[in-house]
Ligand binder design. Structure first.
Ligand SMILES: [Zn+2]
Length: 319
């Protein structure tokens, strides 16, 4: 893994990953993001239930930094061709609950009370789905960006899911917890390293379990490497009775941009070239298999299928 490249590429995006200052940016006010009236959506995958639980969204002015390798006019043209606004993008955050018998796995966490005011809705949506935080026995973490892990711990330090074992990808954990790398990190990335230490580093040791991406965590729940967005990001696939669901994490940010035009690089991808190759490989597979997919930043209900479209893919949400 090319560590210098990860560090250099990560700088631009890091401060935008739920670490504070971005939320007070003095950009034009485009209003509040669109939030789903009902932030709970259930689907059956064989004998397993998968529940999308929205944590909120932010509205982000669309500047020319958002897509690194395409001119802003092209980006706006692709949005306009889909009838979408071109001055801003809404970025939703949707963790998923996997319910298999009496076992409940929460996949990524949102912000809890650490994020902007239009986030932190996971707890209410979990309750609306019939669950309390203490009912969660396992939290699966795809990668260590703030919007995916900060919901593990309240602003006051308390553990949001006190009974949960937290499963993390070993290469992701090794990257962010490396003391030398943290001490050498460029100033713009220091906050991200500190955040990982606050949220994950402070967990009781027996509560954290690392897995190697590719490993089957329990029968029918398979992890897979999806490196590039971060050094150790993992996807999660549920297989039951011939059906499947794959949680794509941040394989792509806004699918109307980066699934349709998969070679474009979002500012948050730490290794854009690796992320691009991973994106093409995984989208090709889930489209060919007609697998249900879930995307953390996909428009709610955030569950659907990927269909080939032009040189890329289009997200078709479930009805
Ligand atoms: Zn994310």
């Amino acid at each position: 893994m090319d560590r210098r490249r990860f560090l250099a590429a990560g700088i631009a995006g890091t401060s935008l990953l739920g670490l504070g200052s971005v939320w007070s940016q003095a950009s034009p006010n485009y209003g509040l993001p669109q939030l789903p009236a009902n932030g709970v959506r259930r689907v059956k995958v064989g004998a397993v239930e998968v529940i999308a639980l929205n944590d909120g969204a932010v509205r982000r002015p669309l500047g020319d930094e958002f897509v690194r390798n395409a001119p802003l006019e092209q980006v706006k043209a692709l949005l306009a061709s889909q009838g979408l606004p071109t001055d801003y993008v809404d970025v939703p955050y949707t963790p998923f609950l996997i319910v298999s018998g009496n076992t409940r796995f929460l996949v990524d966490t949102g912000f809890a009370d650490n994020g902007p005011p239009t986030t932190g809705r996971l707890r209410a949506n979990l309750a609306a789905a019939g669950f309390q935080p203490q009912d969660i026995q396992h939290v699966l973490v795809s990668h260590y960006h703030g919007d995916h892990i900060n919901g593990l711990r309240g602003k006051d330090g308390s553990l949001v899911f006190p009974n949960a074992k937290v499963h993390v990808p070993a290469p992701e954990h090794a990257f962010w917890m490396d003391e030398i790398r943290a001490s050498e990190a460029p100033a713009a990335m220091r906050g991200a390293f500190e955040n990982v230490r606050r949220v994950i580093g402070g967990l009781p040791k027996e509560q954290v379990a690392t897995f190697e991406p590719g490993q089957e965590l329990v029968p029918g729940l398979i992890t897979a490497p999806a490196y590039g967005h971060t050094p150790g990001m993992s996807t999660f696939t549920v297989r039951s009775q011939g059906e499947s669901f794959t949680y794509l994490a941040d394989l792509t940010n806004i699918p109307s941009l980066f699934a349709r035009s998969p070679d474009w690089a979002v500012v948050f991808d730490m290794n854009p070239e690796m992320a691009r190759l991973t994106r093409r490989r995984v989208f090709e597979q889930v489209a060919r298999e007609r697998s249900l997919v879930g995307g953390f930043h996909f428009p709610f209900p955030a569950i659907g299928r990927m269909e080939p479209s032009g040189g890329g893919w289009q997200f078709r949400p479930v009805a």
